[in-house]
Write a protein that binds this ligand. Sequence first.
Ligand SMILES: Cc1cc2nc3c(=O)[nH]c(=O)nc-3n(C[C@H](O)[C@H](O)[C@H](O)COP(=O)(O)OP(=O)(O)OC[C@H]3O[C@@H](n4cnc5c(N)ncnc54)[C@H](O)[C@@H]3O)c2cc1C
Length: 397
Amino acid sequence: MFFKDSYDVIVVGGGPSGSTAARYAARNGADVLLVEKRQEIGSPVRCGEGVSMEIFKHVDIKPDSSWFVNQVTGARIFGPSGKFILIDAKKAGDEVGAVIERDNFDKYLATEAARAGAEIATKTSVVALNRDGGEITGVRVRRMGEEKDVSAKLVIGADGFESQIARWSGFNTNLKTRDTTSNLQYRMTNLDLDPRFTDFYIGSVAPGGYVWIFPKSREVANVGIGLLLSKIKGPSEAKDYLDAFIENDIRFKNASIMETVSGGVSVSAPLDKVTADRIMLVGDAARMIDPLTGGGISNGVIAGKVCGEVAAEAVKAQDFSDEFLQRYEKGWRELLEEKLYRDYMAKEKLVSLDDVALDKLIEVMSAVRLENLSTKEILTAIRSKYPELVKEFEDLI
Ligand SMILES: Cc1cc2nc3c(=O)[nH]c(=O)nc-3n(C[C@H](O)[C@H](O)[C@H](O)COP(=O)(O)OP(=O)(O)OC[C@H]3O[C@@H](n4cnc5c(N)ncnc54)[C@H](O)[C@@H]3O)c2cc1C
């Protein structure tokens, strides 16, 4: 093994959230080890690769041609009847974003972490959280069949949707089926698309979720589906729904599938608490995914920055208590929490609507001039023009 026996901070998980937390902890003076179980950062990709532009406002990231491949000008949201609303970038503010090469993006973030001074250990799994008299003292890692204890004053759990760090440290990350989506995606080629738009299809085409088309170019796109587990018999139904959608769309007539990926995404409200003595959770591990869109990259990176900065402050103060780490809770919640809860309530409402109601919603939204794609803005606009329709949504405004 190449790394030391002891660090200030160990970050578990080399995804966007973990690399960003490692970067900002190291940049601010902490001695950091970033541990990733996969042999290659960012690969294989399990992602639609759509990001909001919000990320660039909060974190020092410059779009790089290795991963920033298609900045779209708008998003089209199609209702069951085929009517759609076009949300252009100006109206949508930061929600309409870019399609990236996720493997290169993750490598870019890890490189930034390394440049800031973090050590990176790939093909290294954290297999246990070590404690002494109940206090977290570090982690046990396994690399190529060999195990080793590495001590740390602080552990950051950035180990994704199925976070073991969260479970081992006693956080309740259990998800209800109504708060979990099953996702399947094809990377397709030989398509005939308009690459200026990301497309979303809602309604019975994707119960409790949506179909997405995120184009990288006219020919190549990620075409995927997310279905709410409580609305289907089992995850295998995702393939039936996605194949049926593709079958019925002329743009896919000559298309071929280059890659298939699947995975779970939480669409829950965020955890009430993501810190304890000597531990912080970030990104998917902390249930920071936007419950309306299922997108988690931006939130993970934005929270990752706060997490890393607070980790470095804790090292300077030599205070790793839950009380000190409240700085992180306060910081990330100020940036993300209100939207996460609002979008959670919006999701809860939207999944209860049938195709007829969804079509009405699309119709009224297309008649309203939207300055911003925030849920609040949309609902307020609908209320001012169509009070009878918005009755159902009143509690969200
Ligand atoms: C099919 C699909 C499509 C999606 N599309 C989008 C999209 O278009 N846009 C978007 O914003 N989000 C999307 N998401 C969600 C997005 O992928 C996640 O929100 C994002 O990856 C979260 O980043 P993270 O760093 O928190 O976790 P992850 O990216 O999951 O990173 C966690 C890392 O921890 C590592 N790890 C886990 N356990 C251990 C361990 N014990 N030891 C060491 N390492 C460990 C894993 O190998 C992994 O690399 C999609 C998800 C799926 C499944």
